[in-house]
Design a binder for this molecule. Sequence first.
Ligand code: IMP
Ligand code: MG
Length: 181
Amino acid sequence: MDKDLERIVLSEEQIARKVKDAAAWLDGRFKGATAPPLAISVLKGSVFFFCDVVRAMRTNVQIDFMTVSSYGNASETSGVPKIVMDLAASVYDRDVILIEDIVDSGHTLARMRDLILGRGAKSFTVVTLFDKPARRKVDICADYSCFEIGDEFIVGYGLDYAQQYRTLPYVGILKREIYEK
Ligand code: IMP
Ligand code: MG
């Protein structure tokens, strides 16, 4: 385990199981879809989860990426998610699958939903690896959430603190002294 972590919340093996279950759920949801859904990764946090889920799916999907930034360098959300890099594809009349790393205040997800539905998507389905329901500021939730956590700051498997720890293959709780110093 990384020395800056308090404890591990999801091991590589546990993540693999969550990925399989999320992919199976999405396959069930899009069974018989006439056109391939567009799966969108909200960068950078969801990148590894996204790649694992779309590759575990049997459904033929197309992929696209969007970079949204809600934080500066710290662990507090500004409440105004910024689109740093937009999608390449049009979502008009498409089934859209949004893959998120974590839903915290809900600001990012609400922004994405309004944007994608505003551009005329046929449907909008959200899968998130983590959910922090106790921290919600906007009344919104994912259609499928893999793991619920309390008010703790986690890193790894895409999740960062000040752009660090993203490449850890597991997810753990960051020691408080790291972000309170
Ligand atoms: P929201 O807009 O407040 O829901 O925040 C969503 C974004 O905040 C996520 O995509 C993450 O980038 C970030 N975030 C929220 N909680 C955590 C955490 O515990 N660790 C790392 N990033 C987090
Ligand atoms: Mg993020």
